[in-house]
Design a protein around this ligand. Structure first.
Ligand code: SDX
Length: 429
């Protein structure tokens, strides 16, 4: 037997098994041969929250959690943030290579041509109360689009997949902007496809009918970089939901509305909203020690800190921290929260509680401060995460749909419930 195997001895039976190793993993299904009785189901792995389970093979994003490395299709996130644009990164994630000029022009033209939403969707928007959370509005408005385009369920047709990808990436900023305008009782600004992706989004959010309205290019660039940083992150919670729902071969609108639901959670994409609320609750640098003590007692979590994969500084957080100062220079609204955040980071990075647990600032720690300086309401922050992450969700979904290794996702369980028993009438209970 080649040395690329794992030798397992089942001490219950004394039997030995050699299991092939590939990519430093073993196939869980290879463990099924390990049985005590011949009619046993066979051995499984038990891995709640998939702490140590690879669910797929992917070529899209590489993370090294110990070294704090993030690469999209092999390109370091630092270089893409400095030199690329979000739409170019979206193309890279979905198609695997950076586009040439002709490919880029066509891609941008197609997406900016799909920024208008169906009028039925604007009527749906009207039924939401003014205080509805914009993530709930976004999730509903993404899902309803499956009723407009029934052909989207032909997920094995590359041309059908491509068109839904244009529609989703093109329309998410419009849905987000309309949700924002609906909640503040202002008329919608319809998309302006002559603007770039981030500028068009800011225009739809802010224009109040001024004829000479100009989007600030520094703000648009800062938002575009934030979109690049949030675009994909391998098999995070929401991406694994996108893959799991998509594995039933449902249309991508329905799958993506589920992924957005997972992102909404406070432990995932909702953490940027929670991190800013936390900084507000702390209120001043003087209050940090008391807050830290409550965290160390387990009463609270330091929102925007910690990560399942990064056991070093999240490379995205480093870049975002720098962008914050660029935005402050434009908005002239240097939030005092940045002082609390920087001091909180310094204290936490030197406190044994956080050092032992390798807890560092993650992507959500500083992003909220930028969004606040840009004037976004706090509950819009997870929406600002969902818009760019749609590119990653769609890239991962398209890869899954074409992966011959994949089937409908259906994990097993360890049953520890009641043994078989007979029904008892209510009179006998
Ligand atoms: C994102 O997966 C991704 O890639 C996600 C993401 C992406 O781009 O898709 O990067 C985006 O979701 C970033 C994470 C945003 N979430 C938060 O900032 C919420 C606060 N962070 C935590 O809840 C936590 O760190 C998680 C959820 C991010 C990770 O949790 P794990 O890996 O399940 O770790 P754990 O909960 O088992 O914690 C391990 C230990 C525990 O202490 P002990 O029980 O061992 O004593 O670390 C402690 C935890 O109590 N801990 C924290 C903490 N995070 C972990 N203690 C205080 N504050 C925290 N933030």
């Amino acid at each position: 037997m080649s040395n690329n195997t794992l030798s397992i001895t089942d001490n219950r039976t004394g039997k030995n098994y050699d299991v092939p190793i590939e990519h430093d993993t073993i196939r869980a299904s290879d463990l099924r041969q390990i049985k005590v009785k011949s009619d046993d189901f066979g051995m499984m792995t038990y891995d709640p929250a998939y702490m140590n389970t690879a669910s797929c093979k992917s070529e899209i994003t590489y993370i090294d959690g110990d070294l704090g490395i993030l690469e999209y299709r092999g390109y370091p996130i630092e270089q893409l943030a400095e030199k690329s644009t979000f739409l170019e990164v979206a193309y890279l994630l979905i198609h695997g290579e950076l586009p040439n000029q002709e490919q880029s022009d066509y891609w941008v033209q197609r997406i900016m041509r799909h920024t208008y939403v169906h009028q039925t969707l604007t009527r749906l928007m009207e039924v939401f109360r003014y205080d509805s959370h914009p993530m709930s509005i976004l999730i509903s408005c993404v899902a309803i689009q499956s009723t407009f385009y029934p052909e989207a369920r032909n997920v094995d047709d590359p041309k059908v997949r491509e068109k839904q990808i244009w529609r989703i990436i093109g329309r998410l900023p419009t849905i987000a902007a309309f949700a924002y305008r609906h909640r503040i009782g202002r008329p919608y600004n319809y998309p302006d496809s002559t603007l770039d992706y981030a500028s068009n989004f800011l225009y739809m959010l802010d224009n109040m009918g001024e004829r000479n309205y100009e989007v600030d290019p520094i703000m648009a660039k800062a938002l575009d970089i934030l979109f690049i940083l949030h675009a994909d992150h391998e098999q995070n919670c929401s991406t694994s939901v996108m893959r799991s729902i998509g594995s039933s071969r449902v249309d991508p609108f329905t799958a993506l509305s589920g992924a957005a639901g997972a992102l909404y959670g406070p432990l995932h994409g909702g953490a940027n909203e929670q991190a800013l609320l936390m900084l507000r609750q702390i209120g001043s640098v003087a209050n940090i020690p008391t807050y830290i003590e409550r965290v160390k007692k387990g009463e609270l979590r330091l929102m925007g800190f910690g990560h399942r994969v990064y056991k070093n500084y999240d490379p995205r957080a480093k870049i975002i921290k720098k962008i914050a100062y660029d935005v402050f220079n434009v908005t002239k609204k240097r939030s005092h929260l940045i002082d609390i955040a920087v001091e909180l980071e310094q204290i936490a990075l030197n406190d044994p509680y956080f050092v032992e647990r390798k807890l560092y600032p993650n992507v959500d720690f500083y992003s909220g401060i930028i969004y606040q300086a840009m004037g976004f309401p706090i509950d819009m922050y997870p929406v600002l995460f969902a818009i760019p992450r749609a590119a990653g969700w769609l890239a991962q979904w398209a890869e899954m749909v074409q992966d011959k290794d994949q089937k409908i996702a259906r994990p097993r369980q360890i049953y520890l419930g009641a043994p078989r028993r007979d029904y008892v009438t209510i009179a006998e209970r």
